[in-house]
Design a binder for this molecule. Sequence first.
Ligand SMILES: [Zn+2]
Length: 328
Amino acid sequence: MSLPPWLAATAARLVGAQRAGRLPAALLIHEDPGAGGSLLALRFAQQLLCREHTADGEACGQCARCRRVQQDEHPDVRHIVPDPELKSGQISVDQIRETSALLAMTAYEGGGSLVVIRPAEAMTRAACNALLKTLEEPRAGAHLLLLTSQPSRLPATIRSRCLTLRAPAPTRAAALAWLGQQRPAGAGEWEAALDVLGNAPLAALDHDPAALRALRDDCVQMLEQAVAGRLDIVRVADRWAKDELPLRLSAIENHLTRRALEGAGGGGGSGELRPAAHLPAALQDINIATALRLLDEVRELRMQLHTSLNRPLAMERHLWHVSAAVAR
Ligand SMILES: [Zn+2]
């Protein structure tokens, strides 16, 4: 997969750093969710290990090393992800100790070596402390890349030792154009995917856009019925609790966010102006203060999904609040 256009400027900074002989030993990529930070990490690995850079200094993407990096088969590139054995979804201190040992070793192929930790905020406190020791004693040629969409959850002591690069979300138009090039979909399906997931094109690629359109349409229809006071709240809350609740909450959050932004006279998070006509009629009837209050509630619910939340009851309560959002 080639690098999406919205990451080109960031990638160019890496090429420039390498040409100046200053490729950072510790890099933190702060990505907006689904914006493609992992593709930047891949590009960094190729930049580091390629032996046939183009005249412009970019990794060729074609040589044996570049291809092995792409296929995740290069022995000098390691990915540290949450231990599937740990239900907490965390990266353990043992995993980081292994990493430190790897970084201390000479690279197999005599080039550089790279350890990618993603998502970096999944590291436990003990794991972060172990990583700090590694960062304090870097070996020449060993590189560390932390990928995160929530850098504020990393200790400042780690952040301050890394060069931070941004992988920003694209505009909605750029995301749609890129998705259409990657994979054809039915009319309006990629739009629906972004309605559900936000401007997160890489995340959208992992889903069936037709299914996301059906899910979005169901959410919008039920919200409209709720606002109109015609929804069978208990039945729908029960159904949603069992069926793709995280995606549904994400869709509702994105719709409410747009309602709040449009009401405030601003554009989308990417600076685009989106006409209110794109919003379901029911949401246009909700005033900004109420939209913001509902938005807080949805965000809170999303954070509680990992707890033993009583999902049907929580959804029921939220839908009651939606149904009370417009005075009739
Ligand atoms: Zn190459």
